[in-house]
Design a protein around this ligand. Structure first.
Ligand code: GAP
Length: 462
């Protein structure tokens, strides 16, 4: 990524090239809500599929589940979300803009300001934060005034009502994280899968948070997707499991999604700032054009969640270790990734400016690229031959067929979204049962036999 790139360049490119559009745009949109277009959906799916391949398909001790978006409200009472999942909110009295107080403080510290010595600890506690905002001369990012309302806690749970009435008895919540599905289903999965510790339960899906300050495109939204793993381990093996997951995540970001290592960092959370249920935690951050932003939280959640659900549901969720004839609650290491944030990171990382030709490309790794192969008849009248090749290849790969415009213009269009292979079909080669493959990276061309085509590409996509 060129350092000069701005978020507005990324947003424009995403809209123009069919990656992400404003939600309900024909009705004027809805602030900070986005739809994934044809290439964006494929890109996001590829990232989720690579995660599933890496962490589920290639392992023997992992299982995927798909829990409901609306769970029994008691789940969220037990997990602490109804009582405590809140952000500290304050309003600028001058321009009326609304801010997360803890974020403004963090931004100032990130910019080099010294934090007050007594800052460590639970900084979301409003009384202390009120004092910090004054002591650190925090100003409104919009109008620069230093005149804020008192800080209030604002719960992030998105409410909905089941059945026909809207009274409190019908109140339910859209899940704010996927993770509680893994905890609630823990005993069922353990029993039905007959797995021994350590094993992990994974889930990818939508989560909802009534964010006070959504923004930065698809970075912070009210509806988003998470990829979360709950790794259940013997309590005395938690520290080594945490280290292992730190490596697993780093490897996934750098070697599978191919994010540049210089744009990635791991920031451990200070012991005194850890939430009460967490023994160790840290964030993986990516350097977006607007600065560092969290893409994963890695946490040792101890046996907090299982214990909370065991108490509230009065069901026994203990694991039985048949070898040592012991019952106990496992500890949990949780790598919690944000799919939308990783998708945005992949787009930012791929953004490449070709100054010589005054163009921009999205230079994706072939395995991440939304479209793998473009199939292009050299002239339109060969469409029937090209469609045969399309049918053959689309059995195994996501392809795009295009017959509109001159062939060089179509190559250029495919280059913009970094389609790794373009296949041109002409009658002379077709008569010999051949097609011509053009490789995006080297721009070289090679003649390949039609009956060897799928295998030829499969090997090169690995
Ligand atoms: N179960 C733990 C948990 O949910 P989190 O740090 O709140 O932890 C995990 O969320 C990841 O989900 C974050 O690192 C981020 O990538 C993503 N995420 C959280 N809130 C988000 C939002 N409003 N918009 C987009 N992604 C979000």
């Amino acid at each position: 990524m060129t350092t000069a790139v701005k978020m507005k360049d990324i947003v424009n490119l995403c809209q123009n090239r069919g990656f992400v559009y404003p939600w309900s745009e024909i009705y004027g949109g809805l602030a900070n809500s986005w739809d994934y277009g044809p290439y964006g959906s494929l890109l996001k799916d590829n990232i989720a599929n690579l995660w599933k391949k890496e962490f589920i398909q290639k392992r023997t001790d992992n299982m995927l589940i798909d829990a409901s978006l609306i769970m029994n409200p008691k789940v969220w009472e037990a997990s602490g979300h109804v009582g405590g999942f809140a952000d500290p909110l304050m309003d600028c009295r001058e321009c009326k803009a609304r801010w997360r107080a803890d974020k403004l403080v963090d931004n100032k510290i990130e910019a080099g300001e010294n934090e007050p010595a007594w800052y460590a600890g639970d900084k979301t506690e409003t009384k202390r934060l009120d004092e910090i905002v004054v002591e650190m001369w925090i100003e409104c990012p919009d109008c620069k005034a230093k005149n804020f309302s008192d800080i209030k806690k604002f719960n992030l749970m998105l409410k909905t009502f089941l059945w026909v009435t809207e009274d409190g008895s019908a109140l339910a919540y859209l899940r704010p994280e996927t993770a509680q599905g893994q905890f609630v289903d823990f005993a069922n999965v353990a029993r039905s899968s007959r797995r021994k510790l350590p094993f992990w339960i994974a889930q990818v899906g939508k989560s909802f948070r009534n964010e006070i300050t959504p923004g930065n495109f698809i970075f912070r939204t009210r509806e988003f997707e998470q990829m979360e793993i709950e790794y259940f381990v013997e309590p005395w093996k938690d520290d080594e499991a945490f280290k292992m997951w730190k490596e697993n995540s780093k490897n996934f970001f750098e070697n599978i999604i191919w994010l540049s290592p210089e744009n990635l960092r791991f920031s451990p959370i200070k012991k005194e700032e850890l939430p009460h249920y967490s023994k160790e935690a840290g964030d993986f951050d990516y350097l977006y054009p607007f600065g560092w932003g969290e893409i994963e939280t890695l946490a040792n959640r101890t046996d907090y969640d299982l214990k909370a659900h065991m108490t509230a549901s009065k069901q026994n969720l203990a694991y039985f270790d048949a070898v040592n004839n012991k019952k106990f609650l496992p500890y949990v290491i949780e790598p919690a990734m944000g799919l939308w944030r990783i998708t945005l990171a992949a787009i930012c990382d791929a953004y490449t400016i070709d100054e010589e030709n005054n163009r921009t490309y999205l230079k994706f790794e072939p395995r991440v690229a939304p479209i793998k192969i473009a199939i292009l008849p050299v002239v339109k009248k060969l469409w029937h031959l090209a469609k045969e090749i399309y049918t053959q290849l689309s059995e195994d790969f996501v392809c795009e067929y295009d017959e509109v415009w001159a062939i060089w213009k179509r190559f250029a269009r495919m280059d913009e979204i970094w389609v790794p292979f373009s296949i041109s079909v002409d009658s002379e080669e077709y008569e010999k049962w051949n097609v011509t493959i053009r490789f995006r990276d080297s721009m070289e061309q090679e003649i390949v036999k039609i009956n060897e085509l799928n295998e030829f590409i499969r090997i090169r996509l690995k």
